[in-house]
Write a protein that binds this ligand. Structure first.
Ligand code: BYC
Length: 307
């Protein structure tokens, strides 16, 4: 019976149909999606922190309003994604507990500090840009609720990327000090942004299954290369230098080829030992404790409404 279900499931994916919450799905598909969507949700929530610390230090009212709106959007993305994971049987409590206990993963990039205002522009352009590269693919993924969440998220991420681009272009064309700030920010964020795409395909245990079942349609390395090819000419056009001495254009493939990512650093950060991992989790734990009264009030209201 399971074999027949599996055949039909794979045939549906091959026809480009979406798998919906009540549909039959292999247990491994459900587990992969819960893993990936919950990690993605945590990334959105933790991702509010590096930018959130600059809300009180934005240089103008306009910049502050834009940043506030972006950070709120990220919180909303986390909500859509937790809901998408709930449709697969994960509970919000389990996912939150895993994050707060340090058992859950979230994107490595958010464990780096934001040292200057230029980092805020660079996150918008580079980090949201990398996210769009990945998520435009996920908007076509085989699981309906995840793909629909991605469509909406990508629309908002496009605004995030544009506001970051606008800031960095302005700095790159500004005073020598502003240009240096933009360059320093690029130096800090280039490699962490490339790490967002995950390990090389040969070291990615999940990719084969995710590709087989239409969750991913491109590999980690393919997406990373597409991203590099897009970003290098943009940064060159505004006079910034990519912090990779090995970078060169390969006319045969049309690719910008670069040096190797520091994979020791990547795995250290993924496994909890990056510059800000402890701080990020501590802030989430404090927020969770301080928000206990809201959850209690909502539960009491729901219990009364049911009575
Ligand atoms: N960081 O087999 P692999 C945003 C883990 S937020 C940490 O290649 P997969 C934004 C991976 O989980 C956007 N961990 O995995 C928010 C796996 O561990 P487990 C964030 C990483 O799933 C606020 C192991 O390494 N985007 O845009 O095939 C402000 C082996 O990897 C990382 C998403 O979450 C990493 N960078 O591919 C601004 C997109 N890379 O679970 C912006 C959704 C790998 O086996 N996720 N690992 O223990 C994905 O597309 C994929 O899950 C990944 C990894 C490409 C990240």
């Amino acid at each position: 019976m399971d074999d027949m279900n599996l055949q039909e499931f794979e045939a549906r994916i091959a026809r480009g149909e979406k798998i919906e919450p009540g549909d039959w799905m292999p247990d491994a598909y459900r587990k992969q999606l819960i893993r990936m969507i919950s990690q993605h949700a945590h990334s959105e929530i933790i991702g509010m922190l590096p930018e959130g610390v600059w809300l009180g230090r934005a240089p103008t009212l306009r910049r502050k309003m834009v940043l506030l709106s972006k950070v709120q959007d990220e919180g909303g993305h986390g909500q859509y994604l937790y809901h998408a994971a709930e449709t697969l049987g994960a509970t919000r409590e389990e996912m939150t507990d895993a994050l707060l206990a340090g058992r859950a993963k979230y994107s490595s990039v958010f464990n780096y500090p934001t040292l200057t205002w230029a980092d805020i522009g660079m996150i918008g352009w580079l980090v949201d840009g990398a996210a769009i590269q990945n998520q435009t693919m996920l908007a076509h993924c085989s699981y309906g609720p995840y793909s629909r969440a991605m469509v909406r998220i990508c629309t908002e991420e496009t605004f995030h990327k544009k506001q970051g681009m606008e800031q960095i272009i302005r700095y790159a064309r500004g005073t020598p000090r502003q240009k240096q700030m933009a360059q320093d920010a690029l130096n800090r964020w280039w490699w962490p942004a490339l790490m967002m795409f995950g390990p090389h395909d040969t070291a990615s245990p999940n990719s084969a299954q995710l590709i087989r079942w239409g969750v991913k349609t491109k590999t980690n390395d393919e997406l990373r290369q597409d991203f590099i090819n897009k970003m290098v000419p943009d940064f060159h056009a505004i006079g910034l230098t990519i912090p990779d001495p090995a970078l060169r254009y390969d006319a045969a493939s049309g690719d910008w080829l670069g040096g190797e990512i520091n994979w020791d650093e990547f795995w250290r950060v993924v496994n909890g030992d990056g510059p800000c991992n402890a701080e990020r989790l501590q802030i989430r734990r404090t927020a969770h404790t301080e928000g206990a009264w809201v959850r209690e009030a909502l539960n009491a209201y729901a219990a009364r409404a049911e009575a």
